[in-house]
Design a protein around this ligand. Structure first.
Ligand SMILES: Nc1ncnc2c1ncn2[C@@H]1O[C@H](COP(=O)(O)OP(=O)(O)OP(=O)(O)O)[C@@H](O)[C@H]1O
Length: 521
């Protein structure tokens, strides 16, 4: 399938694949995990030259479906054809040979490799004796990056790249072998809006060049922006076969995704009481910089009980560094933090939690949960004020079940490991644990990322409810419209500093301008 290795021969041209795209045809595909059916008799044909979007609630089976096509999950029944070829199933090498490439929800390139090294990891060409020279690796990487539309140097380190560039490198990696079918699992979950428009443009170009592009998405406006056809799954079953987007209204699509599940109205945001006390205040807080984030510098802010304050900014401008300093995950380099009037500048995370701090972290799979631990253990992990010295496991399990049910988490038993849940449901378990009655300060980083429309509505309503019950809330989000819906004020961070502050009614252009220019004109 590959050209013979030669100094002047590279892989199939990625932007214009040498192989024609192929249709993917599934018949009655089922997947079981134990006695649970993650997919149940799914059929559909996805012709080449189009962008096919797969939608469905958290846990509907979208990722499982993508993984079946990529050979990462073996179906328990049914067939998948790529072009004329019938896949044997559960064989990654075979799927790749047939030209199926998957860009995962969580990026797979090693963070401490350079771009050229990372791309080389997935190079199927046989190496000349003695391997490749660095110059040749870089030359090959540059070709792949150019063809994949990724604007980045071959010697840049993966872990230091902005998220959209990391994704562009992942796509360049997937395109390197000249695939016929390109699958992207929730590619927009991590992207700021301008990068999303670039991604959609790229996907449309690839479809126009003949590829069969299959994309998992959640947000309706994104679906309408990029799809040729839409397919909906619900609880593992096909509820909308591949249907031209032109034949669907937003209401029909929303019904296909969530069925009769109620979408909570976000309550209107009430003004905090005039004499509401400050819950969080910082004075000239200066933090450490993260691996790809500016250090929060000289940040002085105050959030009162009942107030929701948003932190906007292009990713990497200090938001993460600020949150880590507020939570106590990284020590301050200067300034102070106080919580409910108590100075917690040097306090541990645990002590800050005792003051009523709750956190929805940036990386839910790393900082939010232990994927190998049972759901009830994750739920019980942070002890609460009022928990006695001896905790009764049965009571803890019940507390966990109640919280998960309230958040409509799709789980089978509170004893299952968190790692068995779908991505959106992992996020919901963190929300179920952190957004509780005893919260005084809630710090929520991208709280609706990866959530379906019903769950995202639940979260927005819960943020507003938490404030209405007297909590102070800090929201970091790339989704300005979401922030405008729930926040009283929005701060903009640029190069680590708060450079602008806006009140309701918000003006998208002014906030967006401050994010890009670093000044609040
Ligand atoms: N390895 C596994 N073991 C057991 N159950 C699993 C496993 N992988 C997935 N599941 C279950 O299969 C169901 C479908 O999961 P999947 O990840 O495909 O959902 P999804 O539609 O992609 O959801 P999300 O929008 O939250 O990413 C979920 O209920 C999940 O808990």
């Amino acid at each position: 399938m590959q050209a013979p290795p030669d100094e002047n021969t590279e892989h199939a041209p990625a932007g214009a694949p040498s192989r024609a795209g192929a249709a993917v045809a599934c018949r009655d595909v089922s997947v079981r995990f134990g006695d649970f059916r993650a997919l149940d008799g799914v059929s559909g044909t996805f012709p080449p030259g189009k962008v096919h979007v797969i939608v469905g609630q958290n846990g509907a089976g979208k990722t499982t479906f993508a993984r079946v096509l990529a050979g990462l999950v073996e179906p328990s029944g049914g067939t998948v054809r790529v072009g004329e070829h019938l896949l044997t199933g559960g064989n990654v090498a075979e799927s790749r040979r047939q030209g199926v490439e998957l860009v995962h929800q969580h990026f797979a390139l090693p963070a401490d490799f350079t771009v050229a090294q990372a791309l080389e990891l997935f190079n199927d060409e046989s190496r000349p004796f003695g391997g490749f020279s660095k110059a040749r690796l870089h030359r090959r990487a540059r070709t792949l990056l150019e063809r994949g539309g990724a604007d980045v140097a071959a010697d840049a380190v993966i872990g230091r790249l902005p998220i959209e560039t990391m994704q562009a490198v992942e796509i360049a990696r997937a395109l390197a072998s000249g695939p016929r079918v390109l699958i992207l699992d929730e590619p927009t979950a991590v992207l700021p809006p301008p990068a999303m428009r670039g991604l959609f443009g790229r996907l449309r170009e690839l479809a126009a060049a003949g590829l069969c592009v299959i994309v998992v998405l959640h947000k309706l406006d994104e679906v309408f922006a990029v799809a040729d056809t839409v397919t909906a799954l619900r609880a593992g079953r096909l509820v909308l076969e591949p249907t031209p987007i032109a034949d669907l209204s937003p209401a029909e699509l929303s019904r296909a995704i969530i069925g009769d599940a109620p979408v909570k109205e976000v309550p209107s945001v009430a003004e905090p009481a005039p004499d509401a006390p400050a819950v969080l205040s910082t004075a000239r807080l200066t933090a450490r910089s993260g691996s790809h984030d500016a250090a929060a510098t000289d940040v002085s802010l105050e959030i009162r009980a009942g107030e929701i304050v948003g932190v906007a900014g292009v990713e990497g401008n200090g938001q993460r560094s600020l949150v880590e300093a507020l939570v106590g995950m990284s020590p301050l380099r200067g300034g102070t933090v106080s919580l409910g009037g108590a100075d917690v500048s040097n306090a541990s995370v645990r002590r800050r939690r005792d003051h009523g701090l709750r956190v929805i972290p940036f990386e839910r799979n790393v900082e939010g949960v232990s994927l190998s631990s049972a759901l009830w253990e994750n739920h019980a992990a942070p002890r609460r004020a009022g928990d006695g010295p001896l905790l009764n496991p049965r009571a803890l399990r019940e507390r966990c079940r109640e919280a998960l049910d309230r958040w409509r988490v799709a789980y089978r038993s509170e004893t299952q490991p968190a790692g068995n849940l779908s991505g959106g449901n992992v996020q919901k378990t963190v929300l179920a644990r952190e957004i509780t009655g005893d919260v005084r300060l809630l710090i929520a980083a991208h709280p609706t990322r990866g959530l379906d429309i019903a769950a995202a509505g639940d979260v927005r309503a819960a943020l507003v409810d938490a404030a209405a019950s007297g909590a102070a809330v800090l929201v970091v989000s790339a989704d300005l419209e979401e922030m405008f819906e729930v926040c009283h004020r929005v701060l903009v961070m640029f190069a680590g500093r708060v450079v602008a502050e806006f009140d309701r009614p918000f003006d998208l252009d002014r906030v967006g301008g401050a994010m890009v220019r670093g000044e609040g004109a």
